[in-house]
Ligand binder design. Structure first.
Ligand code: GTR
Length: 433
């Protein structure tokens, strides 16, 4: 059968404009996407103390250099954070031992932050292997659109929180409806995760702070005014990313008490802005065994000085709430940063860390993510560990590295089964010996 020509024309045009629009959205115009146009830059040294002394031993790292770098990131980029809240209630809301047709145990837990404000709850969803009798290692990561989106399991409580997506993905007027169930399931291969002996722990990042410039008003930043040392913490001394990272630590507090999860073997994982969050969570809280950054890009794994794809000025302009006030000093001024993102990755040392890129995700600067991982390796050397152990970015769909893992896969900015399979293999290597 032949289609009438005008119909092909319209459909063709529609598809073409859809493809162009999508790629424009993924790779905004007016930014650098060419390696040859990366400016010359010099990275601050991971191994040089602020007073210029060279760090040569692991004890210098543990006792001095690590906290110097951590404080620099706190002061200049992500901000400080509060300590552990005093009054917290953990309520196990439900356990279903035959979830997903008997393939997993599902558990829902409320973490009620009582000293923060009435009804301030973190709603945690946990899947465990069906035969889990003792404690299992687990992946912990925020979801973007509510727990109910990670699987079309009708037993998951539908989130009542404000959603970033207004009228798409099953939301109406920024609130979830039944139609939102399972909308993000391609990013959460639960059966694979539990099938390989891991738990999956997730919660909606908007439970801690909604992701927009005024989100702090209903989030924890409106309620806490002291950092962990008891020093005054103004709103812009910290940031949404620090608040979200702090929330992950509160989930880990709960996991320390959960009989089914081994809290010494929790890998904190996140995609994109939540990958920036997982790296900062792992840096700030050394209880996390592994940190995993999936396509985290600018403000995450990618080196800021390369100004490839998204830049410091652009991220601060579009997302002024993600970083603390001081970070704005570096708009179009990356050379003045006293640190760069390789030092964020180095803050995991000697714990394992995994950085993943995607070929089409130029906005996130895949090579800048790789170079960060590579330059962080110096800190691992102090412990006699090889870090990434390769000089050049590997070919597509090849996972490399030792204590620092890395891959660049084909495809776009997303989380895929390929990514998860690498994370599970990496966790097997480091947590299951
Ligand atoms: C983009 C932002 C990136 C990345 C991404 C995401 O708009 O420019 O830094 O974090 O959002 O989180 O999906």
């Amino acid at each position: 059968m032949q289609y009438p020509i005008p119909l092909i024309g319209c459909a063709g045009l529609y598809i073409l404009s859809f493809v162009i629009l999508n790629s424009l959205r993924a790779q905004p115009a007016g930014f650098n996407y060419e390696e040859a146009k990366v400016p010359d830059y010099e990275l601050p040294s991971v191994l040089k103390l602020n007073n210029g002394t060279q760090v040569t031993t692991s004890s210098q790292w543990i006792e001095v250099r690590r906290s110097e770098i951590l404080h620099t990131f706190e002061r200049e980029m992500y901000g400080r954070r509060p300590g552990k809240p005093k009054s917290v209630l953990h309520v196990v809301e439900s356990i279903d031992k035959s979830a997903l047709g008997g393939k997993a145990i599902r558990k829902e837990v409320t973490i009620r932050l009582k000293d923060i404000g009435p009804g301030f709850d973190l709603n945690v969803l946990i899947y465990l292997p069906p035969d889990a009798s003792g404690e299992v290692p687990a992946f912990l990561g925020y979801n973007f659109n509510g727990n109910h989106t990670i699987q079309s399991d009708p037993g998951i409580t539908l989130s009542k929180a404000w959603m970033r997506r207004g009228n798409e993905g099953g939301n109406v007027d920024h609130r979830a409806t039944e139609a939102a169930r399972g909308q993000s399931s391609s990013r959460w291969p639960i059966e694979t995760i539990v099938g390989r002996g891991y738990g999956l722990v997730t919660l909606y990042y908007g439970d801690v702070e909604s992701d927009h410039a005024e989100g702090w008003k209903d989030g924890i930043r409106a309620h806490i005014d002291r950092d962990q040392e008891g020093v005054v913490l103004d709103l812009e001394d910290w940031s949404a990313i620090s608040a979200w990272a702090w929330g992950l630590s509160r989930v880990l507090d709960y996991l320390e008490k959960d009989d089914h999860v081994d809290a010494f073997k929790v890998s904190v994982m996140g995609h994109s802005r939540l990958g920036k969050t997982s790296l900062w969570a792992g840096a700030a809280d050394q209880r996390f065994a592994i940190a995993i950054s999936n396509n985290s890009g600018c403000g995450g794994a990618a080196l800021s000085r390369r100004a490839f794809g998204e830049t410091v000025a652009r991220i601060n302009d579009r997302f002024p709430h993600w970083f603390c006030r001081n970070f704005m000093k570096y708009d179009e001024n990356e050379a003045e940063l006293p640190m760069d993102q390789h030092m964020l990755i180095a803050l995991m040392a000697p714990r394992p860390v995994y950085v993943a890129s995607a070929e089409e995700d130029l906005w996130a600067d895949p090579n800048g993510e790789f170079l960060s991982a590579k330059h962080a390796s110096a800190a691992y050397g102090l412990f006699g560990m090889p870090g990434i152990a390769v000089e050049k970015q590997p070919s597509l769909n090849e996972s490399v590295g030792d204590t620092i893992g890395y891959h660049i896969r084909t495809g776009k900015h997303d989380v895929t089964d390929y990514d998860w399979n690498q994370y599970i293999d990496f966790a097997d290597r480091h947590l299951k010996q």
